[in-house]
Design a protein around this ligand. Structure first.
Ligand SMILES: NC(=O)C1=CN([C@@H]2O[C@H](COP(=O)(O)OP(=O)(O)OC[C@H]3O[C@@H](n4cnc5c(N)ncnc54)[C@H](O)[C@@H]3O)[C@@H](O)[C@H]2O)C=CC1
Ligand SMILES: O=C([O-])CC(=O)C(=O)O
Length: 332
């Protein structure tokens, strides 16, 4: 069996981590043969709660767990880690947009970027979940200059899962039969969920989703806003933000990075933009990607129509503005 890898989860005493830790410990993310040492980082005030989480991890009796390190000290939490789930941040409440969290959360990602730079392995893969995820990932990477920018990504996989599930429901097919839905841009209501290149596995082979849906108005006027606003709908109902589904998505995101994407399939990742598809350069923009040997690549040459182009411009502008605001907050 492989040597254990060290995996840090920040915000380890919080809602998302409570589900995410199980996925990691159970082998759903790094593989059924990959032992893990869990580094659980939270703030000093939460150390009592974290003790309870550690007891529960012990009580899971899962064979892949080879160690648990609960801590409020970044030099311990990030020490020599191979993979990092950056969850620890304030969640939004009803009536807020995710970018309203920027001033409260972005400094956490500056500090923790510096700590990753100092203590983590240079090969670490970093997934940012805490909102506003794309801009926090940008800041985290900026303050960790010794780690390649391509090792940082922001999570839009929850939006991808929501989009995939909604299409499956509409078409009356199992969710696993739908693939290659794309999330473009920011993890915010300006994102573009795009079914243009999505496919359904049928007995007759792969069929394009737009052909099966056969209703452009539904795709533009119901599918897109439902996915864009799903986070707010969950908050309105639960009075807390998505946690179980966010944890599953964080595991899906890291699994795609760690284990690669199947042939012909894409995954949406918020990654440093090279200007592909007219996106602004040097922001963490969600693109369709393939992953091989832990290296992602933006899927090239997909057709995008005028509707998509106009939406990509809006979400790109928002990311550029968030970036400027975050940089000025970090200079304070
Ligand atoms: N990208 C995405 O799709 C999603 C992102 N989120 C975001 O994930 C974040 C976490 O959400 P929840 O787990 O529900 O929140 P939560 O409030 O239940 O847990 C957050 C935890 O982070 C800890 N924390 C705060 N500052 C920290 C620091 N400097 N270092 C380490 N830990 C720290 C808190 O003490 C708390 O235990 C929020 O920002 C939320 O908006 C939530 C759902 C989906
Ligand atoms: O909406 C929120 O604040 C939490 C989140 O990011 C999501 O559920 O997509």
């Amino acid at each position: 069996m492989a040597q254990p890898i060290k995996v840090v989860v920040t915000g380890a005493a919080g809602q998302i981590a409570y589900s995410l830790i199980y996925h990691i410990a159970h082998g759903d993310v790094f593989g059924a043969d990959q032992p893990v040492i869990l580094h659980l980082l939270d703030i000093p005030f939460m150390m009592g709660v974290l003790e309870g989480v550690v007891m529960e991890i012990q009580d899971l009796a899962l064979p892949l767990v080879r160690g648990v390190v609960p801590t409020a000290d970044v030099s311990v939490g990030f020490n020599d880690v191979d993979a990092a789930f950056m969850v620890g941040a304030m969640p939004r409440k009803q009536g807020m947009e995710r970018k309203d969290l920027l001033s409260a959360n972005v400094k956490i990602f500056k500090d923790q970027g510096q700590a990753l730079d100092k203590y983590a392995k240079k090969s670490v893969l970093v997934v940012v979940v805490g909102n506003p995820a794309n801009t926090n990932a940008y800041i985290c990477s900026k303050y960790a200059p010794s780690i390649p920018k391509s090792s940082f990504s922001a999570m839009t996989h929850l939006d991808q899962n929501r989009a995939q599930a909604l299409l499956a429901q509409r078409l009356g097919v199992p969710v696993g039969n739908v693939s290659n839905v794309i999330i473009w841009g920011n993890h915010s209501p300006t994102m573009l969920p795009d079914a243009t290149h999505a496919q359904v596995q049928t007995d007759a082979g792969l069929v394009p989703v737009p052909k099966l849906v056969n209703n452009d108005s539904w795709l533009k006027n119901e599918f897109v806003p439902t996915v864009q606003n799903r986070g707010a709908a969950v908050i309105a109902a639960r009075k807390m933000s998505s946690a179980m589904s966010a944890a599953k998505a964080a595991g899906d995101h890291m699994r795609a990075l760690w284990q690669g994407t199947p042939p012909g399939k894409f995954v949406s990742l918020g990654v440093i933009s090279d200007g592909s598809y007219g996106a602004p350069k040097d922001v963490m923009f969600s693109f369709p990607c393939t992953v091989k040997d832990r290296v992602w690549k933006i899927v090239p040459n997909l057709s995008i129509d005028d509707f998509a182009k106009s939406k990509l411009a809006v979400t790109g502008k928002e990311l550029s503005e968030e970036k400027e605001e975050a940089l000025s907050v970090c200079q304070d």
